[in-house]
Design a protein around this ligand. Structure first.
Ligand code: FAD
Length: 351
């Protein structure tokens, strides 16, 4: 019998698999070949909320754990997946310059934001007459490359390309079976698809669709991530990720002309370079009503667990969240109440 079945292999499934791999646990991953939100994410690790000049919840813990964890994973892979990249926030007025300076002197933000402004001349082909504020400890994870390389090089023999049909799950007191696979536990890392999971669909997963463009330009700098009305993120080889939209009504992963036109309009507000659009994609972020992740044990099935609700920060948060969940399952340590699905237990018993 296996120790665990992991359902889904986006960034959550990957980071949970890494916990089990490090502890020499016997596990398998069940996931279809489809691309998930993790494949198309910009992969930015940013401990700040630049719209409101706040640090992310537990930013320091999540940031340093993520950087360490991806660096360790990278050492075991044949390719680079972690890129340190500063974020240059476009400043549109003297007022925004002043707001930046105030934010950069706040105790919780001073370790992330550079107090001295960057001159508007620093980047060619970007229009930013009032210069830039710099987030200096940010990074980018090449998520698609990470997922594909990790699958191929680290857990190839443990991957089962399939989709869980929930009616084929069979729970016993100390085990769970799916087809001919039997394990002590099952951990669902299904992203927004979890709304179809009868075990966990009582949780208030809202979902927010994001569309993005992939562009090519040989005039833009590959050294920095630019944050204006949208992000422009260098991917290497003169390609850039541009996004994203936020749509809370359409929960499909279909691209739209409306989304594309909105992105082009925002891109052209500050971009002076020639560019070519090479792709346009969409996926749904798994967002939660209270904007906190969803971790924990099913109220009835004691061997069914969830790691979800990663919202817009899954890349940065999932390494530490995976560790918290692992220690909760194996070590009987408590989950922080902010992320524990116990906070929604009344939704389960109401149904
Ligand atoms: C446009 C956009 C930009 C983003 N940019 C960033 C960013 O820069 N930084 C950041 O941190 N986050 C970003 N995010 C958010 C990030 O993508 C998510 O937080 C993260 O990818 C969620 O990962 P996940 O593993 O929980 O879910 P997913 O990536 O959705 O993976 C779910 C997995 O479960 C599988 N699955 C589902 N149902 C089943 C089933 N029944 N059986 C088997 N397998 C199943 C799926 O096939 C998939 O493999 C962005 C998201 C979007 C949409």
């Amino acid at each position: 019998m296996l120790d665990s079945i992991i359902v889904g292999f986006g960034i959550a499934g990957l980071n949970y698999a890494e916990q089990l791999r490090k502890q020499n646990k016997a596990f398998c991953v069940i996931a279809p070949k489809d691309k998930s939100a993790s494949h198309v994410a910009a992969g930015i690790i940013n401990p700040t909320v630049l719209k409101r000049y706040n640090p992310v919840w537990k930013s320091e813990e999540f940031l340093y754990h993520a950087l360490h964890s991806y660096n360790e994973i990278q050492k075991s892979l044949s390719d680079q997946i972690l890129y340190s990249k500063p974020i240059y926030r476009i400043l549109n007025s003297v007022l925004e310059q002043n707001e930046w300076s105030v934010a950069a002197s706040k105790p919780l933000l001073e370790k992330y934001l550079t107090a001295d402004l960057i001159s508007s001349e620093a980047l060619t082909h970007i229009q930013s007459p009032f210069g830039y504020g710099e987030v200096h400890c940010s990074a980018r994870i090449a998520t698609e490359k990470l997922i594909e390389t990790y699958l191929k090089e680290t857990i190839k023999e443990r991957l089962i390309i399939d989709e869980i049909d929930y009616s084929e799950l069979y729970f016993q007191e100390n085990s769970v079976s799916f087809k001919d696979i039997k394990a002590k536990k099952i951990v669902f890392c299904e992203g927004f698809h979890s709304v179809n999971n009868p075990l966990f669909n009582y949780l208030p997963l809202v979902g927010s669709k994001g569309e993005m463009l992939f562009i090519e330009s040989n005039e833009l700098s590959e050294e920095v991530i630019i944050k204006g009305p949208i992000f422009i993120v260098p991917l290497g080889k003169n390609q850039f990720w541009v996004g994203a939209t936020f749509n809370r009504t359409d929960k499909t992963s279909k691209t739209s002309e409306e989304g594309k036109n909105w992105l082009i309009k925002k891109l052209q507000q500050n971009l002076l370079a020639d560019y070519k659009i090479i792709d346009h994609k969409a996926q749904v972020r798994a967002t939660v009503v209270d904007r906190r992740p969803l971790l924990g044990r099913h109220p009835k099935h004691q061997n069914a667990y969830i790691l979800n609700g990663l919202g817009t920060r899954g890349v940065m948060m999932s390494p530490l969240l995976s560790q918290w969940l692992y220690e909760y399952i194996e070590g009987n340590s408590k989950l922080p109440p902010e992320v524990d699905i116990k906070r929604f237990e009344n939704h389960y018993f109401r149904n």
